[in-house]
Structure formats: structure tokens, C-alpha cells
Design a protein around this ligand. Structure first.
Ligand SMILES: N[C@@H](CCC[C@H](N)C(=O)O)C(=O)O
Length: 271
């Protein structure tokens, strides 16, 4: 039996598993079953909520500055370094559960400490760190080749600018890419400018398929659209809503809604 909370950030949805002492043996198979939209609870990923001192986060240093570690898993059970919407929903959960106070504090992730800012309700903002531009790359979809900017947000992205509305894309199948260029896989974003510092975006996420939003992806496309010296506030419309990205040349911030919608328990023996 497992206690869970369900939440989302601009419809990028998560099963949240409170596991303060790290007692849960969370296998990839269990994650995939939880995220299954027909036979499980259904989600783009899992956020295990565990005390930093109760986990071994590999070679990531400096995490003990944060009480809570976000153990993020993709819907296919795979591990990802970072999830922008996940950190926002994770922070909302901690405040809602009385495990942290509204304000400003760090969450430990596999991509290092991420500082969140939130009130007792409303939007959650997270300092996502500096987007790292890695040069051009390409992916193909439905026989067409899309060139874009490779960007690391701790996790890998390919941000492809397109000229037509993003709604025309068929993302029922994922883009193909060269595994020699993206040995860890890649999250592929398609974006189009629709106004002044205003973009629309769709994404095909590594390990989850098309999702209705991706926080690291929105920062990656804002950074790609802004170019090298770009700073300022960007609005990014995704199928699940609207996110705001602020670039200041040193770091990036992601702001938007984070909502908890349900809680419950899995049936004994199911997982
Ligand atoms: N939706 C997330 C990103 C989740 C991880 C991604 N699928 C990966 O494998 O890198 C976000 O909001 O950033």
C-alpha cells in the first residue's frame, strides 16, 4: 500500500509519493505502473519526496543544504536529472503538507540545489540555473528534419524553432535523433514566436512522450529564442497553460501554477 498525492504544473502531471525516510523500494516497473493512464493512476512522472539525508544522490555534491530531495522519475520508469514543473509541484506539496513554510528555500535534485519561492497559495517560482548552450543539433519527425539549439538544463534538450503553428505537428510518435549526439536521449521542443518575447511550444519528452508542459523545456526554448545576449521576461504558451521564464544572463527563473488535485492510497498488493 502506498500513499500518494496527484498534482500538476500546467498539466504536466505527477504522482507524488511521500517517503520521508527513504523506506520505499521504487523500481522502474512500479513507476511505470503508477504512471500508466489506463491501468494505473496516470502521470507524466513520479516525484518521490524523501529527506536528503536518507538518499544516495550519487556524485551530486552540496545537496545537504536542502532538507528535501526530489527523486524524479519519468513515466517509463527512467531517472531524469531535473524536472522544472516537478520542482514547483514538489514545493507546493511540501507547503501543503506542512513540511515546509511558504517563503524561499532550496530543493535538492540530481541537477543540484534549486531555490523555490512560493506563498501559502498561488504560483511557484524556481531558480533553474543558467541554460547551457551546446550548439546546433537536429531531429526528424514524419520525414522532415528539424534543426535546433542543443541546451542543457541539467537534462538534455533540443529546441527547434518552426514557422507554422505548433498545433500542426503530429507528436503521436517521437522524433528520431542521432544517439551519438544525444547519448542520454533528449527532450525535443518545437516552438514558434507568436509576439514580443512570447512563444508557443510543444514538447516530446524523453521517457514520457508528448506532455502538456515541460518546465526545463520552456526555459530551453526561451534561451534558444533569446540568443546569446538575451535577457528579459518570456511568456511561453504550452498546451496545458502558460509559463513565465525570466533570463538575466546569470540564471533563469520559471514561474507558473502548481496544483494538487487528489490524494489516496494504492490497493494492498497492487503495486
Ligand atoms: N517535465 C519536466 C522534465 C522531466 C524530465 C524529462 N522527461 C527528461 O527525461 O529529461 C519539466 O518540467 O522540466
Amino acid at each position: 500500500m502506498m500513499r500518494f498525492v496527484k498534482g500538476h504544473g500546467t498539466e504536466n502531471d505527477f504522482v507524488i509519493l511521500p517517503d520521508p525516510d527513504g523506506a520505499l523500494d521504487l523500481t522502474p516497473e512500479a513507476v511505470a505502473r503508477l504512471c500508466d493512464r489506463r491501468a494505473g493512476i496516470g502521470a507524466d512522472g513520479v516525484l518521490r519526496v524523501v529527506r536528503t539525508k536518507a538518499v544516495d544522490a550519487g556524485d551530486v555534491e552540496g545537496l545537504d543544504g536542502a532538507e528535501w530531495f526530489m527523486d524524479y522519475r519519468n513515466a517509463d520508469g527512467g531517472i531524469a536529472e531535473m524536472c522544472g514543473n516537478g520542482t514547483r509541484v514538489f514545493a507546493r506539496y511540501l507547503v501543503d503538507a506542512g513540511l515546509a513554510a511558504p517563503g524561499e528555500w532550496d530543493i535538492a535534485t540530481r541537477a543540484g540545489l534549486k531555490r523555490v519561492t512560493l506563498g501559502a497559495s498561488g504560483d511557484v517560482s524556481v531558480d533553474m540555473g543558467a541554460p547551457v548552450a551546446l550548439g546546433v543539433g537536429e531531429a526528424s519527425l514524419g520525414g522532415a528534419v528539424f534543426r535546433g539549439e542543443r541546451v542543457s538544463m541539467g537534462n538534455p534538450h533540443l529546441a527547434c524553432r518552426i514557422d507554422e503553428p505548433v498545433s500542426v505537428l503530429d507528436l503521436t510518435r517521437g522524433p528520431d535523433f542521432d544517439p551519438a549526439v544525444f547519448p542520454e536521449g533528449v527532450n525535443v521542443e518545437f516552438y514558434r514566436p507568436v509576439g514580443d518575447r512570447h512563444l508557443e511550444m510543444r514538447v516530446f519528452e524523453r521517457g514520457s512522450g508528448e506532455t502538456r508542459s515541460c518546465g526545463t523545456g520552456t526555459v530551453a526554448v526561451a534561451a534558444a529564442a533569446a540568443g546569446e545576449a538575451g535577457t528579459g521576461e518570456w511568456t511561453v504558451d504550452v498546451p496545458g497553460g502558460r509559463l513565465t521564464v525570466t533570463l538575466d544572463g546569470r540564471t533563469s527563473h520559471l514561474r507558473g501554477p502548481a496544483v494538487l488535485v487528489a490524494e489516496g492510497e494504492t490497493r494492498p498488493g497492487w503495486i
